[in-house]
Write a protein that binds this ligand. Structure first.
Ligand code: FAD
Ligand code: SF4
Length: 520
């Protein structure tokens, strides 16, 4: 029997389940850089450079360890896969289960001339089986319950018989406002950046010459890390420079400051260059060295041990397939405004800033994604599929498993509350509280009506009014809907009129029009 291993572009770990199944034996390994896969949607060019460069660097690491690696730069997956199986006379292909279902579905549909053996995906803390055990028999799948179970199971920030500091949650100390940031005169460190080496430069040249990727800036100054060593440096930098303020300012937004105290770790975690366990252990160790306060480290660990694992577990538990109709709880059908693809086309300062930053870096932090871009799309009534495709195209860390839960569930409430207990919507009030974007905006953050009124305001009230019926069944909406009751019928009508006008004005360019739009 001749064994062979195919490693996907987001499984770049030496602990890969299929590699571990044969080690220390060295068997043929395949990596494929497929142009067709990259052409599925108008990806940010930096995302493509990151993935392909990280794959090429990983192939070099494997070769240095003695693995016979075939690295195929190809039009698609199928041709080089079949050629390699024939050439190497592979009789058993070993694979680790993909993170994303579309790839799994595609693979299952392939009639290959060899056996296939699957290994469990080991890039998360909770295995699929352990997640199933946790979820079975539960009526509610609250993040908080799952997070506490994770703290207990993995003994993270764990005292003698309970959570350290006798508290699970430090939200009260965390999430400080822009006003608190200014008062403290806090000063965020610059993000750690890297110089593009020869391998990365050749990938940049390939992305340019093939014209693949339909969005975002790409210069020779590409600054993301592309190896495990660099990912590890980003983690160390985060621990020493940023973690100390992470919790306090995790919801803050400051014009001209893309990163603040966020970690920038998601691309590396999602490609397998870092494992969540080692990130959590490093953060915990840093805390025990007495370097930072408990609320800061708890706020960070909650993101990885809580949110990240929870989103991944639910994605596989719910198991939507591509043939299922896209959830659309509010029946929203507005096209995505063209300015999502070009920040210069909007005057809304908050939206413009986050979009400009996304074009330059392929990154925005959580609150920018959730409370500026996704919030605006939901208030406007954009078709969930359109905004999902945009997020999937635009961000350096985007993968199918993150889209279904974060964009459709958390961001758009398209699943009708399966994931979130209420829609994440807000008017200018919230944006002003958490940022300084409104200070230099041409719109008036306190106005609800009229040509100078902030669009977030009238869209917000119109959203609540249009969807009052389904919303009043969502437990946590009661107080918010009481605010709506204070508006007169005349005001509601004017608000609806202005919101409708805006919807009519904003033409849209779909991601299909931008460039192809197939889910592999
Ligand atoms: P930090 O703020 O430093 O957080 C630390 C880590 O926690 C992140 O690196 C990430 O691995 C993890 N994390 C925190 N929240 C989540 C979450 N909800 N889901 C998954 N991981 C989480 N995350 C992605 O990895 N890829 C995406 O494409 C993506 N798209 C998103 C779209 C929307 C609409 C929303 C609301 C969230 C999205 N997220 C996504 C989650 C989160 O915004 C990013 O993980 C985070 O901004 C990445 O930046 P960071 O590494 O600096 O994060
Ligand atoms: Fe955004 Fe409105 Fe504030 Fe302008 S006024 S920055 S559009 S929230």
């Amino acid at each position: 029997m001749t064994l062979g291993i195919w490693i996907f572009g987001d499984q770049l770990s030496l602990d890969h389940g299929a590699l571990a199944s044969v080690a220390p034996q060295r068997v043929p390994v395949l990596l494929i850089e497929s142009l067709a896969y990259a052409q599925q949607r108008p990806y940010h060019r930096q995302k493509l450079v990151l993935v392909w460069s990280a794959m090429r660097h990983f192939a070099a690491v494997l070769r240095a360890q003695g693995w016979p690696v075939t690295y195929a730069v190809a039009e698609d997956f199928e041709t080089p896969l079949r050629d390699w199986i024939a050439r190497e006379r592979i009789s058993e292909l070993r694979l680790m289960r993909p993170n994303d279902r579309p790839l799994q579905t595609w693979l299952e549909g392939q009639d290959l001339p060899c056996d296939r053996r699957w290994y469990s995906n080991n890039q998360f803390l909770w295995s699929a089986a352990a997640f199933q055990t946790w979820i079975q028999g539960r009526k509610r799948f609250l993040l908080e319950d799952f997070y506490r179970a994770g703290r207990r199971k993995f003994q993270v920030l764990w005292g003698a018989d309970g959570p350290l500091g006798d508290r699970w949650n430090f939200d009260q100390e965390n999430r400080q406002t822009y006003g608190a940031y200014r008062k403290q005169k806090a000063s965020p460190p610059p993000p750690l950046t890297f110089r593009a080496d020869g391998i990365t430069q050749s990938v940049i040249a390939r992305v340019r010459s093939t014209g693949v990727g339909g969005y975002g800036d790409l210069t020779e100054n590409f600054a993301w890390g592309v190896t495990r060593e660099q990912a590890w440096q980003v983690l160390q930098y985060f621990l020493s420079q940023q973690l100390g303020q992470f919790g306090s300012f995790q919801d803050l937004m400051v014009q001209g400051q893309a990163v603040l105290w966020h970690s920038l770790l998601s691309p590396y975690l999602n490609l397998g260059l870092l494992h969540p366990q080692e990130v959590i252990a490093a953060a915990e160790e840093h805390y025990h060295r007495g370097a930072i306060a408990l609320n800061q480290v708890e706020g960070f660990i909650r993101q990885i041990l809580g949110w990240r694992e929870y989103m991944y577990g639910l994605y596989h538990h719910w198991g939507n397939t591509d043939s299922d109709p896209e959830p659309n709880f509010f029946q929203h059908h507005q096209p995505l405004p063209a300015f999502f693809w070009d920040h210069r086309q909007t005057e809304m300062n908050c939206v413009r800033q986050v979009l400009a930053q996304t074009e330059h870096t392929a990154y925005a932090h959580h609150i920018q994604r959730l409370m500026i871009l996704s919030n605006f799309a939901l208030l406007l009534g954009v078709e969930p599929r359109e905004i999902r495709q945009w997020f999937h195209s635009a961000y350096i860390d985007a993968h199918d498993w993150v889209m279904q839960t974060n964009v459709l569930g958390m961001g758009q409430f398209a699943d009708g509350g399966r994931l979130a207990s209420k829609p994440y919507v807000a008017s200018a009030n919230y944006i002003h509280k958490m940022s300084n974007y409104c200070e230099t905006c041409c719109y008036q953050r306190q106005e609800r009506l009229g040509s100078q009124a902030c669009p977030f305001n009238y869209l917000y009230w119109d959203f609540l009014d249009r969807h009052r019926e389904p919303l009043q069944n969502q437990g946590r909406m009661g107080l918010i809907l009481k605010g709506l009751d204070r508006l007169t019928p005349q005001e509601k009508l004017q608000i609806h009129h202005q919101a409708t006008q805006l919807r009519q004005q904003l033409g849209g360019k779909t991601s299909t029009e931008m460039k192809g739009d197939r889910d592999v």
